[in-house]
Write a protein that binds this ligand. Structure first.
Ligand SMILES: Nc1ncnc2c1ncn2[C@@H]1O[C@H](COP(=O)(O)OP(=O)(O)OP(=O)(O)O)[C@@H](O)[C@H]1O
Ligand SMILES: [Mg+2]
Length: 392
């Protein structure tokens, strides 16, 4: 009996909570953040810094902050400075300053009573504790939107101003705020806003090539040798780029594609595994569009689906699609449409994202149109279309 084969070497490296040792394409931002907080390991207590990290979903904000935190704590330790990096997710703390501060304090005193104080009192107590222990803290408020939405400007105001009342005492609390869009700060008063905006770090959406690098390092960590082809990585990177350069989406797709490969007993992750994965990550909006196609468009698409079912390739050529279409026409007793008409179908189908179409960059056969099936798994598409075509 053959033993169970898995394409994975270490699946946990694809877990959303896994923190990679390095963040490719974020070195500049990491250096900048480190520079903003250089004082913390050189002249701690001299100042309280604020920094803002801004970037869309999956651009690496949380990971960047955590890696920065780990490195900073290490440096502080080497220098004998009591510096603590505390990462709090405001959404998980229900956008409540009270709950946020409670988490911070519980980090120091696990038996701290959970009731009986206001958030102002908690804040004062926190500073007092830091004074007593001669400690410094860098508090990261991740998904700050939740706190602004829930409590308005008040809480941020309190946090940014708390130390102004103790100018002579050492400055112990620094802040790193993380948001997706700058306009969420519009709800704040001008001076709080400008305090936060003094040191901004923008994380741009990842490009396809950057996503490819990120994916490749995860492939090396999580998969067995040679089970994920460069073409598959490319396909995932392409789709994640369309999802606004979202690295989380890319990694999730990679993981799911691996799961589909395992479930199908494959020895490698095929492009069709990626298609199946992407239709499960995002419900197929395209499915509805398929049903409103005209008869010959459906026949053409059925040909494309069948062709993809037979091959392991990411793309098929226009010529292959046409051949497959002729066979389908024969089966359904339909007279095939001409080349020009098929072109229009390709344009229409790619405009609605049911298929992807691009011109190949040359090669032995010269330029040719390549068709891909980015979202719907070939088998599922074939099944749906055959069912529809029968009742017509
Ligand atoms: N440059 C990178 N190199 C390697 N992995 C990365 C990189 N950027 C992001 N990731 C990974 O992508 C995933 C998403 O990143 P992260 O959680 O930091 O995004 P985010 O910007 O905080 O998103 P959100 O706005 O949804 O909170 C994580 O698993 C992270 O480890
Ligand atoms: Mg995040």
């Amino acid at each position: 009996m053959e033993s169970y084969f898995t394409v994975f070497k270490d699946e946990s490296k694809l877990d959303i909570n896994y923190l990679p040792p390095n963040l490719s394409h974020r070195e500049t931002q990491l250096n900048l953040l480190t520079k903003f907080f250089q004082y913390a390991t050189e002249v701690p207590g001299k100042m309280a810094q604020r920094a803002l990290i801004v970037g869309k979903v999956g651009t690496g904000k949380t990971a960047l902050a955590k890696i920065f935190g780990l490195r900073l704590m290490q440096r502080a330790q080497e220098k004998g400075i009591s510096l603590r990096y505390v990462h709090v997710n405001c959404r998980e703390r229900k956008g409540s300053l009270f709950m946020i501060l409670q988490q911070v304090i519980l980090d120091f005193y696990p038996h701290f009573p959970k009731r009986g104080y206001s958030s102002e009192e908690l804040l004062q107590m926190l500073l007092q504790m830091l004074d007593e222990k001669n400690m410094f803290i860098i508090l990261v408020l991740d998904e700050l939107e939740a706190l602004i939405q829930n409590e308005g400007a008040d809480s941020i105001y309190k946090l940014t101003r708390i130390q102004e009342s103790r100018l002579k005492a050492p400055q112990r609390l620094s802040l790193v705020c993380i948001i997706r869009e700058l306009d969420c700060l519009d709800a704040l008063d001008e001076s709080t806003k400008s305090t936060l905006q003094r040191n901004i770090i923008f994380l741009e959406e990842y490009t396809k090539n950057q996503l490819r690098d990120i994916l490749n390092s995860r492939v090396a960590l999580a998969f067995r040798n040679g089970v994920v082809d460069e073409e598959v990585v490319n396909l995932i990177a392409e789709q994640a780029e369309k999802e606004h350069g979202n690295a989380r989406y890319a990694i999730e797709l990679l993981w799911r594609a691996g799961k589909y490969a395992d479930a199908s007993g494959l020895r490698e992750v095929s492009p069709d595994c990626v298609r199946r994965a992407s239709s499960s990550v995002y419900p197929t909006v395209q499915k509805d569009a398929v049903f409103s196609l005209e008869l010959h468009e459906k026949l053409f698409l059925l040909g494309v689906a069948r062709r993809f079912k037979q091959t392991n390739a990411t793309y098929i050529t226009m010529g292959e699609a046409e051949e497959a279409y002729y066979i389908v026409c024969e089966e359904y007793g339909e007279k095939p449409r001409g080349h020009t008409q098929l072109w229009k179908y390709v344009n229409n189908l790619s405009a609605t994202d049911i298929i992807g179409a691009k011109v190949s960059e040359g090669g032995v056969r010269g330029k040719t149109t390549l068709i891909e099936l980015p979202f719907i798994p070939a088998e599922e598409l074939e099944r749906e279309l055959s069912r529809r075509l029968k009742v017509q």
